[in-house]
Every structure is written in structure tokens, then in C-alpha cells.
Design a protein around this ligand. Sequence first.
Ligand code: FES
Ligand code: FES
Length: 154
Amino acid sequence: MPSKLNINGRKVDVHSDPETPLLWVLRCELKMTGTKFGCGVGVCGACTVHVGKVATPSCQQTIKTVGNNPITTIEGLQGPQANALREAWTRIDVVQCGYCQSAQLMAASALIQGNPTPSLKDIDCAMHGIICRCGTYPRIRQAILEATGQLKRT
Ligand code: FES
Ligand code: FES
């Protein structure tokens, strides 16, 4: 019997074993490859999605543990905060190789949804679990600050 997941606002039947990590369901069964595989053991953050409103490493959740909680992936990330972040990301040219960047956007959007005026300390605290091997951290910080500044003005 398939399990039902709530992904990006849609109910989706999945046939993977209930103990399968969400990351593999997204990438292998559903072909949603915007969520990246880095370490598979919860230390790099590349696989970050939202479960509910919380930025969560999808390699550390199974179909069973996620249950009915709404899941948002980079493919479904939308709304004013996401748009402001994407615009700032582009304007500042944050991305280098790009591998970590969907996770960075997922973590940043979870942060500013809960805290519209984060300090540098808040940003570092929220983002520290997402490793960027290209070292784009200063531009990520700047983009988050610019996005929140723009949201405040609108
Ligand atoms: S792949 Fe999930 S934390 Fe690294
Ligand atoms: S942009 Fe290359 S790993 Fe972050």
C-alpha cells in the first residue's frame, strides 16, 4: 500500500519502504533533484527541506517520521520571502558551484519566515548547519540582510 506525503501543497502517493529516508524518496522516486545528497548522515545540510516550517535535513527523516507534516522543497518554495531571497541571491551573485544553494535558500527562508529582522548572529546560528565548500558564506549573509531589508520596505 502506498504512503501519502504532502509535498509542496500536493498529496503524493509514494511506494518506497516507509523506512526510506525522505531524501531518496524525493530524488529517486519522485525525481525532484533540487534537493541534494551530500553526506547522507546529517552533517552537511545539502539535503535541507522544510518539514512544517522547520529547515530539516531530509536524509535524517523517513517517510514514516514525516507522516502528514507538510514538506516544502526548493521546487515548491514560494511567497514574498522566497522571492526577496532569490532576487538578492541573483543581485549579489551568491552562487559559485551551486551544489549547496538550494539548501541555503531553504534554511534562509525558514529563518526569515520566523524572524523577519535577523541579526548577523541569528543568521550564523540558523545557517551554520549548511556547509558551502565554495565559501559563499559572506555573500549569503549579505543576501539575507538585503532580502529582509527589502521586505521591510514593501
Ligand atoms: S545529505 Fe543530509 S545532511 Fe548531508
Ligand atoms: S556554492 Fe559550491 S558548495 Fe556552496
